[in-house]
Design a protein around this ligand. Structure first.
Ligand SMILES: *Cc1c(COP(=O)(O)O)cnc(C)c1O
Length: 453
């Protein structure tokens, strides 16, 4: 018998709805707060920034929300994505474990990000928005939103974290191919950017700074809304097409994962693969383990404090309860640009705090070692972000080799790394630095976190 490697779903099995885990959480998360009054904000506070339908989704308690046909039509360009059994990697490791990965690099821009970009562009279009601003770290989000805005005829301005603007020039080009305009952040185009440039002209930038710039731009223009590529409830929900497909594909493979793994920057691809399986743990009593993996240089879940903080550096967003390193914390310029965020999605933090999942952090050299081993056995060159999940999957498989347990491991390969070859060049030349956890910088940044009674 030929053993099957690739588990594909027909287009007819593209999910018809998104899954909203808020409906199944045993304990409701605390509400976002107004930064001035510390009182819970209502949906209207978000109206200058987001279209109403996305705000409704943000606060929704509905378990499932139907995906409009116009969005599914775009999803069909690359979805359902493949689920692949990493047989060669299993063999190279000599593990009895079975390793599966869901491949989100199959999207036109090479990551999971279009799953929400297309939805967000669609709802903005529906409500007559003609211009959107956003931030991007490594550029995957900017590329995804540029593609989506191009489909729906919306103008896009992207504030791209400066270190990535310089490290990843081709993602900038790709955004421009789709018609977006891109500036390095901090930029001279906003008050937030000008203030940071004046104080620290050499800053590598950060996601928090770029968010401040994009939010300010949108809040000060009538024709413009803002779009965020991770962290928010509606973004995590849009990503659940990943896990819903994976559940069906694991059925085709005749297995069920003992461990589900995703890398976590703001938490969206992790939530995308994990939440539909997490539902089966919360509601049906499955014993699945879940692991979110982050960089040692920016370890919000593993080393942060669980408290209210701002989502951006300038402190313009509502206060959200999350594991945070402090909104003014600026991580080192590691190559996994998408994981350089000071906080984490509130829903992921709640699940972590309530004990339903684990988290761990790795240094970038050991992450790239895993990426190399994966590329040499499965041929796909992973994004540096996704390689964090691979590191954890390999470590779990090696633990099975020690114990002789035949576990089934599933991880999300959130994107490919073909625009990240500078990072691989640096790794191969032995030039990647491992940054020790910056305890003093975090302690300093935590002083800027507001005290909420
Ligand atoms: C943006 C990105 C991430 C990190 O963002 P999350 O919201 O945590 O998923 C991870 N992997 C890839 C490929 C990305 O583009």
């Amino acid at each position: 018998m030929v053993e099957q490697t690739k588990f594909m779903l027909p287009e007819s099995e593209l999910p018809e709805r998104w899954y909203n885990i808020a409906a199944d959480l045993p304990k409701a998360p605390p509400p976002p707060l107004n930064p001035g009054t510390h009182q819970p904000i209502g949906p209207e506070a978000l109206a200058p920034l987001f279209p109403m339908e996305l705000i409704k989704q943000e606060v929704s308690q509905e378990r499932y929300i139907d995906i409009p046909e116009e969005i599914r039509e775009v999803y069909r360009l690359w979805r359902p994505t493949p689920l692949i059994r990493a047989r060669r990697l299993e063999k190279a490791l000599g593990t009895p474990a079975h390793i599966y990965f869901k491949y989100e690099g199959a999207s036109p821009v090479g990551s999971h990000k279009p799953n929400t970009a297309v939805a967000q562009a669609y709802y903005n279009k529906q409500e007559g928005v003609t211009r959107i601003t956003t931030e991007t770290g490594a550029g995957q989000w900017g590329c995804a939103l540029a593609m989506a805005c191009n489909f729906f005829g919306i103008e896009l301005k992207v504030y791209m974290v400066k270190v990535s603007y310089e490290q990843k020039p081709y993602r900038r080009s790709l955004m421009q191919v789709y018609g977006a305009s891109v500036v390095p952040s901090p930029s001279p185009d906003t008050n937030a950017g000008r203030a940071i440039l004046a104080a620290t002209p050499d800053t590598p930038g950060s996601l928090g700074i770029a968010i401040s710039e994009a939010v300010e731009d949108a809040a000060t223009r009538e024709d413009t809304k803002y779009s965020l590529g991770s962290v928010l409830n509606h973004v995590l929900m849009h990503q659940t097409v990943i896990g819903q497909e994976a559940i069906r594909q694991m059925e085709l493979a005749g297995e069920y994962p003992d461990i589900v793994i995703g890398c976590a920057g703001g938490g969206s691809n992790y939530a995308g693969i994990a939440f539909p399986f997490m539902r089966e743990k919360l509601v049906e009593g499955r014993k699945t383990r879940f692991i979110a993996v982050e960089p040692e240089a920016c370890p919000s879940l593993t080393k942060g404090e669980f408290r209210y903080d701002f989502g951006d550096t300038a402190g313009m967003t509502p206060l959200v309860k999350m594991y945070t390193l402090g909104h003014t914390f600026i991580p080192e310029g590691i190559h996994a640009g998408g994981l350089r965020y000071h906080g984490m999605a509130n829903l992921v933090c709640e699940l972590y705090d309530q004990g339903f999942m684990e988290a761990r952090a790795y240094h970038q050299n050991t992450v790239f070692e895993a990426a190399m081993q994966f590329a040499r056995s499965e041929a796909i060159v992973p994004a540096p972000e996704s390689a964090h999940a691979i590191r954890a999957a390999i470590d779990e498989a090696l633990a099975c080799k020690q114990s002789g347990e035949k576990k089934t491991i599933l991880f999300n390969l959130s994107g490919h790394g073909y625009f990240d070859m500078t990072a691989y060049d640096n790794y191969l030349a032995g030039k990647l630095h491992d940054f020790a956890y910056p305890e003093a910088k975090v302690r300093e940044a935590m002083k800027s976190v507001p005290v909420v009674a």
